[in-house]
Design a protein around this ligand. Structure first.
Ligand code: GLN
Length: 390
């Protein structure tokens, strides 16, 4: 039998469908509500600080695990917002986005043959993150319309091989902000079975209901939680690729080694700019961020309902998972492409958030991290598409 020219570890997953849909949107000149990146500018403080850093010749490698100024500012933020004491010398790694952070964390703590529990629907990177470590992602299904975590399903997913539970709150793609009760169920399972919690908290400042509760603040969880976040969403700079990891010192030491050999480090001048953002933007900035996102949600959500989609209003993050079965019998891939071409609005096919593609067959995800004008125009286009196809 002819040997494959590529390594087996690359065979268990496909290219990112989210990024693919950006290419499809560009091809049709469609409004890109697929990949979650803002179409509005970041704060002037960040732009100025980035330019200043480049002009001040901060253009060489930073310390591999992050500039001292950024790590200090981040530790201060965790203390101020969540009452978490974080040692910037021993417990922080700055990475090339939360994407690298999640991959580096998996490589640092997950062994081949382990299982990693993931809540489904899930952000598409978590599957490959486990598979690249030759581990097996094990899904816990969350059911619409509430997408609540059922503790019985959680317990049923855990086996002697389980190493970690991945939790993303506020959640992409469901919009859930998990409650204290749900987080407690995850924490109980971690304590009882000696597991790690890998939490992706990249949307920590974007929520409309409830409060964001970092897993690391729960009793006994500080020592078994790896908290991933970053500045892409909080500072609207997805192209800067500056992510962060907070973890206990022994785990941080392993994560730093992986990170160093993967990327050496995140862009030095942009780390300075993120530090300046943390230092100079006050509570008002974060409050306004959530207010602005609420207005964007409140523009797109009713437009989707009016166009015939069935969806749950998100409590946080900036996505809406929408059922289109009342509009079309096509599958999610074909419908997404049709929407990009004929309506001029590109979503992400729902199947990319499920291990079994069948579960996402009549779903698409819309991102609302866009200017109100963009969202209004998208809403109009969807309404007129639905009217033409009624
Ligand atoms: N997190 C964003 C999304 O879900 C962007 C993903 C990416 O391309 N890194 O669309």
């Amino acid at each position: 039998m002819k040997q494959s020219r590529t390594a087996r570890r690359t065979h268990g997953f496909t290219e990112s469908v989210i990024r693919e849909m950006t290419r499809v949107a560009n091809q049709h000149g469609a409004i890109n509500l697929a990949q979650g990146f803002p179409d509005f500018p970041c704060h002037e403080v960040l732009k100025d600080a980035a330019c200043t850093a480049i002009r001040a010749d901060i253009n060489q490698y930073a310390i591999t695990w992050g500039t001292p100024r950024l790590r200090r500012a981040l530790a201060e933020k965790y203390r101020k917002f969540y009452g978490l004491e974080v040692d910037p010398e021993e417990e922080i790694v700055v990475t090339c986005g939360a994407t690298e952070a999640m991959a580096a964390v998996h490589m640092a703590i997950v062994n081949p043959g382990d299982e990693v529990v993931v809540l489904e629907p899930f952000y598409e990177n978590y599957g490959p993150d486990a598979i690249l470590c030759e581990a097996r992602p094990v899904m816990i299904p969350l059911d619409p319309p509430d997408y609540r975590l059922d503790p019985d399903r959680l317990n049923a997913a855990i086996s002697p091989r389980t190493r970690a539970i991945v939790l993303n709150t506020p959640n992409n793609p469901t919009g859930r902000v998990f409650t204290r009760e749900e987080l407690d169920a995850v924490a109980d399972a971690c304590r009882e079975h000696d597991l790690f919690a890998i939490t992706d908290e990249i949307y920590e400042h974007i929520h409309y209901e409830g409060a964001h509760i970092p897993m690391a603040t729960l009793d006994g969880m500080r020592d078994r939680t790896i908290t991933v976040s970053g500045f892409s969403k909080t500072f609207s700079v997805t192209g800067w690729r500056v992510g962060t990891i907070v973890a206990p010192p022994d785990l941080t030491a392993a994560i730093r080694k992986v990170h160093d050999f993967l990327t050496v480090g995140a862009p030095a001048p942009l780390q300075e700019a993120c530090a300046a953002g943390l230092e100079s933007l006050g509570d008002d900035y974060y409050r306004q961020l959530a207010i602005d996102y609420r207005a964007r949600r409140d523009s797109l959500f009713p437009a989707l309902v009016a166009a015939g989609f069935s969806c749950t209003c998100p409590q946080g993050a900036y996505y809406i998972l929408a059922d289109f079965s009342a509009l079309s019998d096509l599958d999610d891939e074909a419908f997404s492409r049709r929407l990009a071409k004929e309506a001029g609005v590109a979503p992400v096919p729902g199947s990319s958030f499920f291990q079994d593609p069948g579960r996402g067959r009549s779903l698409v995800r819309f991102a609302f991290c866009k200017r109100i004008e963009t969202l209004k125009e998208a809403g109009e286009r969807l309404r007129s598409f639905a009217a033409r196809n009624a």
